[in-house]
Ligand binder design. Structure first.
Ligand code: 5AD
Ligand code: SF4
Length: 497
């Protein structure tokens, strides 16, 4: 971030908000809610920190690297804040919950620290800080800081404020169905930062989905740390993810339903059958394996074996043979030997994931692993294993993508591709630019088209591919739609790929 040393930032209304979001989809959704609540109070969103009078960082604690980036961005703001003391700087999200007052110590120019469970109060805390109320700290109770019910209540979800203008695209939305996590994998900080697992009431979820559909939303992605473990008990009745999907499927206007992230042990035949029977459900399942070695899985306390995961894959292939499955892996976890790692390699080969996210183990203070297992795999070994696993996955992804050559796929068009944006193609006056979208099984597709196609679900015929992208063209019938579309449809707002 670069800050000019010019004029002081004006503090007259409307306030100008700059927000930087790192981390998972949950954070993207949290930022949407914070932006929506501040817009209601008259804030306008600006593109860079130097135009803003309110600067917020919505942070992630899953790996050290994500935290380092935020502390470094905060460091860069220090001198800027000295010149513009009226500016309000806030740290939100998981790092706020994890580091709490330490953030004020490391970055004394920060005005507020707000955990994920206190985001509904963010607007008020910003105003208090601006009015000279001093440092504002609002975080939830720790996992050992009181009775479970009290800890639960201290993690409040922030949900109903849906504002299409606060989302990357108005026709796609995340919808939270669960907060927190009770799995306590030994490497993971999430149960500490996001608190106990809590399902949201089904009627709230359905009401929000209807609101999203009314706003023109076509695709909803249900979010939870272990989304397929979702359960809600009320008056002797239990609602599960399969029940939610069935109810959501009936909402007119919603055309695609996705859900992330899944926990292998809870991928039941009942859920898979439900997905099979509901055509709006994406044929895409993200189910992190984390390691192909039972020894490592046990140290991670993942609660399943490689054999259990294989059985789950067989279940998926039985009920949803056309589904794409993706995974996460951690390499270089405490005590991981070359043999353990080769078993992860073997599982990538065997499962033929659509894609895998591969992470080098990063020790997180406050986790079981940090307390009791030495982080003993050298950094260069972690780096090499990371590269090796990704290279294998890329080769498999490209090979599997080749099966789409010459075939039509249905694509929800999201907006200009990243390369179109880099090249400065804006599609003005109906000019053709490179668009991007996703198939029903979550594969990224790029193809030439006009802005009028953004938000549509179209058949695209695939003519080329890389490991990460299918490259296509609109079909002949679509080309004529484009001509009609050009005069009949207004371009939608900026869309991100
Ligand atoms: N180090 C590295 N990767 C991690 N993940 C979670 N915790 C850690 C950690 N301490 C990875 C897991 C998870 C993904 C979101 O992040 O693979 O599935
Ligand atoms: Fe972290 Fe494990 Fe919960 Fe996923 S299931 S959020 S990896 S503790």
């Amino acid at each position: 971030m670069a800050f000019p040393s010019g004029d002081p930032v004006l503090t007259t209304a409307p306030h100008r908000l700059y927000i930087e979001t790192v981390g998972c989809q949950m954070n993207v959704l949290d930022s949407e809610m914070v932006v929506a609540s501040l817009r209601r109070q008259g804030y306008e969103l600006v593109e860079s920190a130097d135009q803003a009078d309110t600067i917020l960082f919505n942070t992630c604690s899953v790996r050290q690297h994500a935290e380092d980036k935020i502390y470094s961005a905060l460091g860069q703001l220090r001198r800027h804040k000295q010149r513009h003391p009226e500016q309000v700087i806030g740290v939100l999200g998981c790092m706020a919950q994890k580091d709490q007052r330490l953030i004020f110590e490391r970055a004394p120019h920060v005005d507020l620290v707000v955990g994920p469970g206190q985001l509904p109060q963010a607007a008020e805390l910003i105003e208090r800080a601006r009015a000279g109320g001093g440092r504002q700290l609002a975080v939830s109770l720790g996992r050992r800081d009181g009775p479970v019910e009290q800890i639960r209540r201290s993690h409040e979800t922030f949900d109903p404020l849906r504002d299409p203008a606060s989302r990357p695209t108005p026709f796609q939305a995340y919808l939270r169905i669960q907060i927190g996590c009770d799995k306590f994998c030994t490497y993971c900080i999430v149960p500490m930062t996001r608190g106990p697992e809590q399902g949201r009431p089904p009627e709230d979820i359905l009401a929000e989905a209807r609101l999203l559909a009314d706003q023109g939303c076509k695709e909803i992605t249900l979010l939870g740390q272990t989304v397929n473990s979702y359960r809600y008990h009320d008056s002797g009745r239990t609602t599960r993810l399969a029940d939610l999907l069935t109810a959501l499927h009936d909402i007119e206007g919603i055309q695609r339903l996705k859900f992330v992230t899944n926990f292998p042990r809870d991928m039941t035949a009942e859920l898979l059958q439900t997905v099979r029977d509901l055509p709006k459900c994406s044929r895409y399942l993200h189910v992190p394996l984390q390691s192909g070695s039972n020894r490592v899985l046990q140290r991670m306390k993942r609660g399943y074996t490689v054999e259990d995961y294989r059985e789950m894959m067989a279940r998926i292939r039985e009920w949803l043979p056309e589904a794409a499955v993706s995974s996460d892996f951690i390499v270089g976890f405490c005590g991981e030997t070359e043999d353990d790692f080769q078993q992860s390699v073997q599982m990538v080969r065997e499962c033929r994931f659509k894609s895998s996210f591969v992470f080098k183990y990063s020790e997180r203070p406050g986790t079981k692993a940090a307390e009791s297992l030495p982080d003993d795999v050298p950094e260069d070994v972690k780096r090499r294993r990371n590269r090796e696993l990704l290279a294998l996955q890329d080769a498999i992804s490209e090979e599997d993508n080749r099966r789409f050559l010459g075939r039509p796929v249905e694509v929800l068009v999201e907006g200009p591709s990243r390369s179109a944006e880099k090249r400065g193609e804006d599609g003005a006056d109906g000019a053709v630019l490179q668009l991007t979208g996703r198939t029903h099984c979550d594969r990224i597709v790029v193809f030439p088209g006009t802005r009028s196609l953004i938000g549509e679900i179209l058949p695209i015929s695939i003519c080329d591919c890389t490991a990460h992208t299918l490259i296509g063209q609109t079909t002949a019938s679509q080309a004529s739609h484009e001509v009609v579309g050009l005069s009949a449809l207004q371009p939608t707002g900026k869309a991100h790929s």
